[in-house]
Design a binder for this molecule. Sequence first.
Ligand code: HEC
Length: 166
Amino acid sequence: MKISQLIFNISLSLFLFGCSHTTETNTYSELGSEGWLKGNTDEKLEEVAHQLGGFSRTMVEVSYRYSELYWAGEDENWKYAGHQLEHIVEAMEDGLKRRPVRAASAVEFMEKTIPEMEEAIASEDNDSFLAGYKSFTAGCNACHSKEGEGFIVIQQPLTRLSPVRF
Ligand code: HEC
C-alpha cells in the first residue's frame, strides 16, 4: 500500500470512529447504579451538574473549613491552617464557577481578605492570626449582606467539629 493510501485509510477510520462515537453518546442511555443517570449526554450532564449543587453546597464546605482554620490557629498548627485556607480558595473558585452570579460580591473576599488571612497564617503568631481571623469573619459576613443573606451571621466557632488535634 502506498503511504498516501495508508494515511487516507487512517484518516477515514478516525473520521468514522469520531462520527459513531458522537451519535452513540448522544442517544438515550442509562449509567450508574441501577441506571440512575439517564438520558442523552446533555441530560446526563445536566443531572450531574445538579448533583454537584449550588452555592449553598459550597458554603457548607467553606464553613467546615473556616471552623477547622480557627482550631488550627488555636493549636498553632500552621500547616493545617494553610491547608484549610487553600481548600477554602478551591471550594470558592469551584462554587463561583458554578454560580457566576455570586462572583461580583466575592471579589474583595478573594482578592483582599484571603491574601490577608494567608499573611496572618504565615506570621505563625497567635495574636496576628486571631486579628486576621476576625477580619476574615467580617469578610464572610460582608458578602452575605451583599448577597441578601444578611441573616446568615458568621461568628468565631465555639466547638471543634473534627477529631484533628495537634
Ligand atoms: C459570594 C460571597 C460569599 C462569601 C465570600 C461567603 N459567603 Fe457564605 N453564603 C453566600 C451565599 C450567597 C449564601 C446562600 C447560598 C444559597 O442559599 O444558595 C451563603 C450561605 C452560607 C452558609 C449557609 C449554608 C447553608 O445553606 O446551610 C454558611 C454557613 C456560610 N455561607 C458560611 C460562610 C463562611 C464561613 C464564609 C467565610 C469563610 C462565607 N460564607 C463567605 C455567599 C458568600
